[in-house]
Design a protein around this ligand. Structure first.
Ligand SMILES: N[C@@H](CCC(=O)N[C@@H](CS)C(=O)NCC(=O)O)C(=O)O
Length: 242
């Protein structure tokens, strides 16, 4: 059934998960609107997002949380497979990659957000524990992907979008905490640079950059904004370190 109302994506651009869903809506040419919302544990927000997290997608039929579920909904509403392969094994491998990135890269990196982006301190134990998972995940991802030119082969998939926004944040944390580039460890710098040049990335990352500086200031973060691989095509409004 054709939708008469646009989908509404609630969240804001500091969130790598919000950015994945935003990029997927752009890449699939879905009709959508953005609604700026912060994550919250208030009852009204928990009624639409059970974990109180962003993003959350408002559809004419109801609300969906969790980025993987949001991507699945976007894809299921399309007339034909767009960012997922039509072939079952390839589709499963795309999901496998998304799971590895979410659970074994994003989650350990997220455990270090307090000491990097939120004005807190990371204990040596949590820094060491995250490193163990990241090393396993790095080895696994090196076995799983060899961009040709996309992570799962000749065409862009949800796995590329998921990995791009998670690795952007992982790269920032890895450089800050471990003085190491996870993109270099993975051999994914060229892929990341190509992804950064996509129209969707230019739109989404410009919004991220605008939102991230004020967020870091609000949190009194020790981290200072640095460009990772994304370069805007037009002159930037933000002052960048040389
Ligand atoms: N598994 C969730 C993770 C979403 C998530 O962690 N969102 C963050 C922003 S990037 C958030 O809402 N954090 C606030 C909180 O955890 O209370 C998804 O896939 O959407």
């Amino acid at each position: 059934m054709a939708r008469t109302e646009p989908l509404r994506l609630h969240g804001y651009a500091v969130s790598n998960y919000f950015n994945i869903a935003h990029a997927a809506l752009i890449e699939t040419a879905t009709d959508f609107e953005l609604v700026t919302t912060r994550a919250s544990q208030q009852p009204e927000f928990l009624a639409i997002s059970p974990m109180g997290k962003i993003p959350v997608l408002q559809t004419p039929e109801g609300w969906i949380g969790e980025t993987v579920a949001i991507l699945g909904y976007i894809e299921d509403c399309l007339p034909r497979p767009t960012l997922h392969s039509a072939e079952p094994l390839q589709r499963a491998r795309e999901r496998q990659l998304i799971n590895v990135v979410q659970l074994y890269v994003e989650a350990p990196v997220r455990s270090l957000f307090p000491g990097v982006f939120m004005g807190g301190i990371n204990s040596p134990i949590s820094v060491a524990a995250a490193r163990i998972t990241l090393d396993r995940a790095t080895a696994a991802l090196r076995r799983l992907v060899a961009p040709e030119p996309f992570l799962m082969g000749a065409s862009l998939s949800y796995a590329d979008l998921f990995a791009f926004y998670c690795l952007d944040i992982a790269e920032r944390v890895s450089r800050f905490v471990y003085c190491r580039s996870i993109l270099a460890d993975l051999g994914l710098q060229s892929w990341f640079g190509r992804m950064a040049q996509r129209d969707s990335s230019q739109t989404v990352m410009a919004m991220f950059e605008n939102a991230f500086g004020p967020y870091l200031k609000e949190k009194n973060a020790t981290y200072r904004f640095q460009p990772v691989g994304y370069r805007p095509r037009s002159p930037a409004t933000e002052q960048r370190p040389a």
